[in-house]
Write a protein that binds this ligand. Structure first.
Ligand code: ADP
Ligand code: MG
Length: 428
């Protein structure tokens, strides 16, 4: 029997009062004892939502979570969670913060103290028992987070991007320590689910990787990683796995690739500004050849979450081609990279109008107004119904950035208005 099982879990979030978006759709997953499962997916795809459903912090809209074969209601027993932002209580000491992890256990105060002290030792916080969070570095704070999660000896440890708020070296150090606890069975935890946006982190730590799509999130890949531990990040075998995962993540699902879906008004655009797009194209032009995405990301010192939207944006506009985890300029991409500033804008304008129907609609609305201007708020409201408040503003900002760069319209930041100038270019 699976330790943990998700059966056709779906989650809708209400957007405004009448509409809703489906964030997770039909996610089925069995987590077995011994799994160190990394969940990869684009930002905003629903990874945290999924983890919170598994923890029993929020209910799914449909489907169920089984734990040892039984459905769970409310907070799941035997499950503990570690958060990105540590989530410590500033007025409690390290020891008291760790003891909080035993809230649900029937133990005497003395037993709690003993267990907490042991765990503090184990996670490398010996000597800091009476310190307050503000006296600690980020890495030490996250160790408290680990301690609080591990003190109850959970069967399943859930981790939501636990290393992403830490600097590179601290994160590396903590990853090693976690892996040691796990591999040498110093903790009783039977399975770990790690949400991450770093492919390299997933390949370093996990023995199984699940990749989620977005809008809505579905499992698109579920693979075992059989590379023996400890893994060498620079070894060809390691890089081959990273490369393969890049290929998987950048491969369009059939639905996404279908022209009907991509060409729909109000479909999501990748969150990348024109400046970053231009930068990517110039770099590719300098390289003069196709290159592995993971190498390019590495050269730019970006991780997937920051890097993929740039690639996706360029791909959406037809400026690059991505295949098998490699990227190269298309003909028009090369023409763009080598063009003058003005020619670039012209190429960009043509591509944006062709590939981004929302832009065409925005322009149409602007042109139909007698005074040739429209408050940003107008579009924001429409976008909110489709994307929800946070995402709507981001999406609109990107489109405004693209539209301005293409000189399709102007934007007055202060007044928050989009406008057409007299000699603004007519629709293509
Ligand atoms: P990830 O962790 O993959 O970045 P999240 O699970 O945090 O993604 O969020 C997925 C989507 O659900 C986002 O579009 C986010 O805005 C939305 N969302 C998250 N929490 C809520 C909520 N409580 N109410 C409405 N929408 C939410
Ligand atoms: Mg998240």
């Amino acid at each position: 029997m699976a330790l943990l099982e998700l059966r056709r879990v779906s989650k809708d979030w209400e957007v405004g009062s009448e509409s809703k978006t489906t964030i997770l759709k039909d996610i089925s997953l069995k987590v077995e004892e011994g799994d160190f499962l990394a969940v990869l997916g684009p930002s905003g795809s629903g990874k945290s939502t999924l983890l919170r459903i598994i923890a029993g912090l929020i209910p799914p809209t449909e489907g169920e979570v089984l734990y040892h074969g039984r459905p769970v209601e409310g907070v799941a027993p035997g499950v503990a969670m570690i958060f990105q932002n540590f989530a410590l209580f500033p007025w409690l000491t390290v020891l008291e913060n760790v003891e909080l992890g035993l809230d649900r256990e029937e133990l005497t105060a003395a037993e709690k103290r003993e267990r907490a002290l042991q765990v503090i030792d184990m996670v490398g916080l010996d000597g800091f028992e009476t310190a307050f969070p503000k006296e600690l570095s980020g890495g030490m704070r996250q160790r408290v987070g680990f301690g609080r999660a591990l003190v109850a000896e959970p069967d399943v440890l859930l981790m939501d991007e636990p290393f992403s708020a830490l600097d590179v070296l601290t994160a590396e150090n903590l990853r090693r320590d976690l892996l040691e606890l796990w591999l040498e069975k110093k903790i009783r935890t039977k399975a770990i689910i790690l949400v991450t946006h770093s492919i390299e982190e997933a390949v370093y730590l996990a023995n199984r990787v699940v990749v989620l799509s977005r809008d809505p999130a579905q499992v698109v890949t579920d693979v075992r990683l059989t590379l023996p531990y400890w893994r060498e990040k620079q070894s060809p075998a390691f890089l081959a796995v990273v490369d393969q995962l890049y290929a998987t993540i950048t491969r369009r699902t059939p639905a996404e690739a279908a022209p009907a879906a991509a060409g729909r008004p109000l479909s999501r655009v990748p969150e990348v500004r024109s400046g970053a797009l231009t930068g990517l194209l110039e770099l590719l032009d300098d390289l003069e050849t196709r290159i592995d995405l993971y190498k390019l990301a590495d050269n730019l010192m970006l991780d997937v979450e920051d890097f993929l939207p740039i690639v996706e944006g360029a791909e959406l506009l037809g400026l690059v081609k991505v295949e098998h985890g490699d990227i190269e300029l298309t003909d028009v991409g090369r023409r763009f990279a080598e063009a003058s500033v003005l020619e670039r804008k012209e190429i960009f304008r043509e591509l944006v109008l062709k590939k981004v129907p929302t832009m065409e609609k925005m322009l149409w609305v602007l042109q139909s107004k007698r005074n040739k201007q429209i408050p940003r708020e107008f579009f924001l409201q429409i976008f909110e119904r489709r994307f929800g408040p946070d995402e709507a503003a981001k999406q609109l900002d990107i489109l405004i950035d693209w539209g301005r760069y293409a000189e399709l319209f102007g934007y007055d930041e202060q007044g928050g208005r989009l406008y057409l100038e007299g000699d603004e270019h007519p629709r293509a």
